[in-house]
Design a protein around this ligand. Structure first.
Ligand code: ADP
Ligand code: MG
Length: 319
């Protein structure tokens, strides 16, 4: 059983950043309005995440660590229109099979919190504020073969930071903080997308960005797309979301690149943060738990919509 968990973990838990992504999703699913992340040694030594979400009742703490236990899906129909990030109920079980995990939690209607240890499943009382704290220590301590694939601390940290950026852009109403080896790296106040985009992508980006707001039937595209005058910082600044989930999708990237083709010449990459919304039945996000790809039922229509929406926005005369 541990072996099965460890094999499954290999797919979900590629590196500290993939652990952090799962934990961030859980906090957001729990309705958190503030999420604090502390990392040590690029997240390999420690990932500690604290949220002010709904919490877990003491009697459910064991379930949170059990494989295929999710509180988010009640039926197969639910799976068709899942709006939470998580629904498989295997992230925590997988993570607990390859790291030292503990979860402390307190629901708003109780006076006392409880903490569970991933290895013994022992539950003990814990003094804490309402919400949940998950600690993931010593990633891959028991699977040295995997541990070898981890990169330098700075690289793993950079991936963690990127995971947080992706999540923070899609959830501007939630406050985030990030610390690494005891020093504060990010402090993102709750606000709107404009403010969050400015914090994450910089004022330079926002000054040269067009606001995107196009709708056509069930399809919608919102966000910000930089005009060619924006000289980007050098890092990848293409953030595409489908129904709130970050994706790296060939079809969408292609539609965007085509829309930019007339205004952006040469080898330069466009910069944008875009949110595509569509009927959940028209997109399959379940292709792979850890991958960021999706499958559209009507790929052609989606491509055309994104292309035209973006092209029109970029071509509009300056106000
Ligand atoms: P999933 O997110 O797919 O349900 P996970 O393994 O990520 O599966 O989490 C298992 C369960 O643990 C969740 O369904 C939820 O009930 C609970 N849980 C995990 N993290 C939190 C959190 N931060 N706040 C409240 N509940 C949580
Ligand atoms: Mg989850």
């Amino acid at each position: 059983d541990l072996l099965i968990s460890q094999i499954a973990a290999g797919e979900v838990v590629e590196r500290p950043a993939s652990v952090l992504k799962e934990l961030l999703e859980n906090s957001l699913d729990a309705g958190a309005t503030r999420i604090d992340v502390q990392l040590e040694e690029g997240g390999v030594r420690l990932i500690r995440i604290t949220d002010d979400g709904g919490g877990i009742a003491p009697e459910d703490l064991c379930l949170a660590l059990a494989r295929h236990a999710t509180s988010k899906i009640g039926s197969l129909e639910d799976l068709e229109r899942v709006s939470s990030y998580g629904f498989r109920g295997e992230a925590l079980a997988s993570i607990a099979s390859v790291a030292r995990v503990s979860i402390g939690s307190r629901t708003t209607d109780t006076q006392h919190g409880s903490r569970i240890r991933g290895d013994t499943l022992a539950v003990e009382p814990a003094a804490m504020a309402a919400g949940t704290t998950v600690e993931v220590a010593d990633l891959y301590f028991n699977t040295p073969a995997r541990r070898k694939f981890l990169r330098a601390e700075a690289t793993e940290y950079a991936h963690c930071d990127e995971a947080l950026r992706r999540m923070a852009l899609a959830n501007p109403a939630v406050a985030f903080s990030l610390a690494h080896n005891g020093s504060q790296r990010r402090r993102l106040a709750a606000g709107d997308l404009r403010r969050r985009a400015q914090e994450i992508l910089g004022s330079e980006f926002l000054e040269h960005a067009r606001s995107v707001e196009v709708g056509a039937g069930p399809l919608g595209l919102t966000g910000f797309a930089a005009l060619p005058a924006y000289s980007r910082s050098g890092r990848d600044e293409q953030y595409f979301y489908v129904n709130g989930r970050f994706v790296r999708d060939k079809l969408l990237a292609h539609a965007a690149r085509e829309a930019y083709a007339d205004v952006l010449h040469g080898a330069r990459h466009p910069a944008y943060v875009l949110f595509l919304s569509l009927d959940p039945a028209g997109v399959d996000v379940n292709v792979h738990p850890a991958k960021t790809e999706v499958r559209f039922r009507d790929a052609r229509a989606v491509h055309q919509f994104v292309f035209h929406a973006l092209q029109r926005t970029l071509a509009a005369p300056l106000a």
